[in-house]
Design a binder for this molecule. Structure first.
Ligand code: FES
Length: 56
């Protein structure tokens, strides 16, 4: 599932980032450019990040 349409970032990409040590939205923003355009993905990305961290 694509989370951030603007930067073409999938749920899987977020999961990979968490596997590589990402723990925050600001890291996702810096590392993947997530949420840097329209910002509509923010709440969805936050939820996915939280789920990934819970699974980790
Ligand atoms: Fe993520 Fe637009 S959908 S910045």
């Amino acid at each position: 599932m694509i989370v951030c349409v603007c930067s073409n970032i999938s749920e899987r990409k977020i999961r990979q980032a968490v596997d590589n040590g990402t723990t925050s939205m600001s890291q996702l923003r810096n590392d993947l450019d997530l949420g840097t355009c329209c910002g509509k993905c923010h709440s969805c990305a936050k939820r996915v990040l939280r789920e990934c961290l819970a699974d980790a």
